[in-house]
Design a binder for this molecule. Structure first.
Ligand SMILES: [Zn+2]
Length: 287
């Protein structure tokens, strides 16, 4: 069964790259992974973020400096990110990955424990065709990475209701051929083929119009002050960026859309090119 799911997954095509904005992911490996693992890992993370308009730029550490990114994450991979050599009696840590939190503040640093992922999925990996194992393992490590990146980009330790965002991931969820990036019916950020990518946050005025038009005010209040239906949209230690807003929407969209249904109001929905303006608006009301 597992084998069949994995086989199907290998046939899936990738969606177009996202349009909301770019974030950099700096990777650092304790042991350099095989190319097939690295490829599968990146492809999976890109696949999980792209439907919400996020385009990731991958860089490896140490880096030569160059561009500075307003939204970035540093991910350190410990252990061996490869399938072989197999350990017949793996002992492993129960944390597959974690994100650093200092004084309640989520830092842009995550760690992914490849030995833990391998130990955890070992038995099931043995069931996979040998020629697909590295691919399947890389994809599993990609899902753990995507989970931590959501914490980093949304700057929160909270978990949401998207499959990859669950507090714990089952072996099956890690190895299955296709992890639903999210249910399209619940996606707040909608693809806009005409969206133009430009740096920085957008126009607060346009953002306010989108905010009101999309129905955000119904639950968060016209000035983002919060209502009994939704929390205040205030940040104490960060400024809003398009990337952060999308990551927060990815985490919260299931609850928001469910609540909208209960309240019998339309589901909130914004297009990819509105997100930047929304971030601009939220920064204006944060001041
Ligand atoms: Zn987590």
């Amino acid at each position: 069964m597992l084998r069949r799911l994995i086989y199907l997954g290998l046939l899936c095509a990738l969606p177009a790259p996202g349009q909301v904005g770019s974030a950099a992911v700096y990777t650092e490996f304790e042991h350099a992974p095989p190319a097939a693992v690295m490829q599968a890992l990146q492809t999976e993370v890109d696949f999980l973020f792209a439907p919400n308009g996020l385009h990731l730029v991958w860089r490896s550490l140490p880096s030569d400096g160059g561009t500075t990114w307003p939204d970035l994450a540093v991910v350190r991979f410990s252990g061996r990110c490869e399938v072989l050599p197999f350990d017949p009696n793996p002992s492993y840590d129960h944390n597959l990955g974690f994100t650093h939190v200092t004084d309640g503040r989520v830092e842009p640093f995550a760690e992914v424990d490849c030995d833990a992922i391998r130990g955890y999925t070992f038995k099931a990996l043995m069931e996979v065709f040998p020629q697909s194992r590295e691919n399947v393992f890389g994809r599993a490590a990609g899902r753990v990475t995507a989970h931590e990146l959501l914490h980093v980009f949304a700057r929160t330790a909270e978990h949401g209701r998207q499959a990859v965002d669950y507090k714990s991931l089952t072996v099956e969820a890690l190895l299955t051929g296709r992890m639903d990036p999210d249910k399209p019916a619940l996606r707040i950020v909608r693809a806009n083929p005409a969206a133009v990518r430009s740096p920085g946050t957008g126009s607060p005025e346009a953002g306010e119009a989108s905010y009101l038009h999309a129905g955000c005010a119904h639950c968060h209040g016209t000035g983002g002050e919060g209502t009994p239906q939704g929390p205040a949209l205030r940040l104490s230690s960060h400024v809003w960026s398009a990337v952060m807003l999308v990551a927060k929407l990815m985490k919260g969209q299931d609850r928001m859309c469910q609540l909208a249904r209960n309240l019998k109001i339309p589901s909130p929905s914004v297009s990819e090119d509105e997100v930047r303006d929304l971030a601009g608006f939220l920064n204006r009301i944060n001041r």
